[in-house]
Ligand binder design. Structure first.
Ligand code: FES
Length: 236
């Protein structure tokens, strides 16, 4: 080997090593100094690395908010009591409003009219007609004396008797009282004859019944007297 080929510091082939080979260890620097120098190199002016303090701030911002602390038992009880009070107040107001509305709709019983028409005299032949028994609780009777209307209410305890055509009588199903076609009681506990209702012929020629006026009496004699009165029957 010649003198020119011998490697020397900063000269010869060894001086070009950093370009492609491994950099030789720096002389006179401790490992700590080397680490500091490396860090400084990474934070060179052209570098985009952010300072460590900003990274820490971002991490803190991404951290989820702390969960709310659970309500204390005392506060929960206070809320429940408050709800109960409001419930009571609204319930009271609602009840007052309902009572006010109900006031305008009284429980009225709408009974049927006591005065009504039942048709023409020609609609009724001789005998007993039960045409209006269900609707008006009456029988229409026509005989040689005229036409009259009997109220179908037993004079014993108020049951509705049945018309027995084959027996030609009204028979009360409750205790067996019997009445003839005039309404005279002749069997059973009924104490007096059946009552008759007011009848008249109106301007149109129809029979008008007025259920508010009755004709009868405590005895058969008194009842017959009443049945002769005007309005107790109509001549047809
Ligand atoms: S109610 Fe008619 S017989 Fe008693």
């Amino acid at each position: 080997m010649s003198v020119d080929e011998h490697p020397r510091n900063g000269e010869g082939p060894l001086a070009d090593a950093p370009a492609g080979g491994t950099a030789p260890p720096e002389v006179g620097k401790t490992p700590e100094q080397k680490a500091g120098a490396d860090a400084a190199t990474k934070r060179s002016p052209g570098s985009t690395a952010k300072p460590a303090t900003k990274s820490a701030g971002k991490a803190a911002a991404k951290k989820p908010a702390a969960e709310p602390a659970p309500a204390e038992p005392g506060r929960r009880g206070q809320v429940a009591r408050r709800k109960l009070v409001w419930f009571g107040v609204f319930g009271f107001i609602f009840a007052c409003l309902a009572a006010t509305v109900r006031f305008f709709f009284p429980r009225a019983i709408f009974e049927p009219k006591t005065r009504y028409r039942i048709g023409y005299p020609a609609d009724y032949g001789f005998g007993v007609s039960t045409k209006w028994q269900a609707a008006r609780r009456i029988w229409v009777v026509r005989d040689s004396g005229g036409l009259y209307v009997i109220f179908a209410k037993c004079t014993h305890l108020g049951c509705t008797p049945d018309w027995k055509e084959t027996d030609n009588k009204f028979k009360c199903p409750c205790h067996g009282s019997g009445f003839d076609t005039e309404g005279v009681n002749f069997e059973g506990p009924a104490p007096r004859p059946l009552e008759r209702l007011h009848v008249e012929i109106d301007a149109l020629g129809q029979i008008v019944v007025d259920q508010s006026k009755t004709y009868g009496g405590p005895t058969l004699t008194a009842a017959r007297q009443a049945w002769k009165k005007e309005g107790a029957f109509v001549q047809v």
